[in-house]
Ligand binder design. Sequence first.
Ligand code: C2E
Ligand code: CA
Ligand code: CA
Ligand code: CA
Length: 279
Amino acid sequence: TKQNGRNNYCFFTAEMQAKSSRMLELDSALRRALERNQFTLLYQPIMSLNYGVNVGFEALLRWEHPQLGSISPEEFIPVAESNGQIIPIGEWILRSVVKQLKEWVDAGNDRLMVSVNLSAVQFRDRRLTEQIAEILKENDLDPKHLVLELTESVAMEKPESAIVIIDSLKERGIKVSIDDFGTGYSSLAYLKRFAAHSLKIDGSFIQNVPHDPENMAIVGAIVSLAKNLGITTIAEGVENIKQLEFLKETGCTAIQGHYFSRPMTAAAASDFLAVELVK
Ligand code: C2E
Ligand code: CA
Ligand code: CA
Ligand code: CA
């Protein structure tokens, strides 16, 4: 009815209004978050399936606001991208990770790798390669320990320019991993030209293993294709032993997920490494 239509309309605007006021709230809170030390990084272990040992971590950003509470990166990263804050925040992330990595490498973890998520805005920033090279130099860290995660959809948005940027990072010895792989429609030709160090198979393909034969076939195809191109594979979101066993069978290189470990604080990650050096 007319009445209903009108109510729906009101409801819709109210919802939109709530959404945009939340955005405004996050936008202004984000502008102060760095100076107020509201960010922390957690480290989630990545375990090799060949040797059953830890091979590295993925750094994951956390934002704790005194009034707004803890806000998911899925929600605030897009806001930080639109207001430009992602540039200083991204630099803070890189500095923090490299500093932490240096400590871990100096403690004897010669083969440790830590990956850092790159936002689309950071990836397209012309200063990126120089900036990272500088941070590595300042901290006297061998670039072989650093991996940058770039989502497949960002890489595929402008694949030709992505190839140029990835190559410039590779020239500096910095590795690139293609994140959320399988969700962004890469052509196989590009996959080869991206010359990535690794592919991270999106968690959505792992979720229903072993009950989803189609997803299992996709995972199998990704792993064998990557293997033929000399690229390692990391399965994300591994939550149980059935998934682990399937991935081991297909020849996937490594896994990441709650089954092995949740993201942990830097202090906990140090303890974790103290038990098992990554040599
Ligand atoms: P992502 O890069 O795909 O990160 C993996 C997400 O899966 C993380 O969520 C992680 O906590 C979660 N996860 C790990 N193991 C499991 C599991 O077994 N099951 C399930 N269901 N989830 C698992 P998180 O930390 O909330 O991050 C969400 C997204 O936010 C990330 O997705 C990434 O796109 C973005 N993000 C996180 N940290 C950063 C950062 O430092 N910089 C940028 N630019 N983006 C970040
Ligand atoms: Ca990632
Ligand atoms: Ca991912
Ligand atoms: Ca994701």
